[in-house]
Design a protein. Sequence first.
Length: 104
Amino acid sequence: MDKGRKCRMEKGNFLEPCIPLSQSFAAALNVKAKGMCRNELTNVKTFERTCGFATLRSGDFEKEGVVLAFCPFCGKNIMPKHLKQEEEKKISQERKERSESIEI
Ligand SMILES: [Zn+2]
């Protein structure tokens, strides 16, 4: 492994962590783990993995966790395209709903 290697996003959706980030992960793919965790989403209809990302479960975010947009060690953007698109859909839906409620 190349120690100077930064995080990479395979196909824009699957996190390949740098060494310090991979060393900071709690037990692999454990949904209940605290601290820095590695997560994956799988489409239950097709059993296809849709994205892999890092979350932090700590303090106020201990239960739900927060998705890391950037690696705290190498600074690379590690937000999967899939999650970005879902977030953009949610924001545009909220804006639409807000503008509709203002019109009434
Ligand atoms: Zn990194």
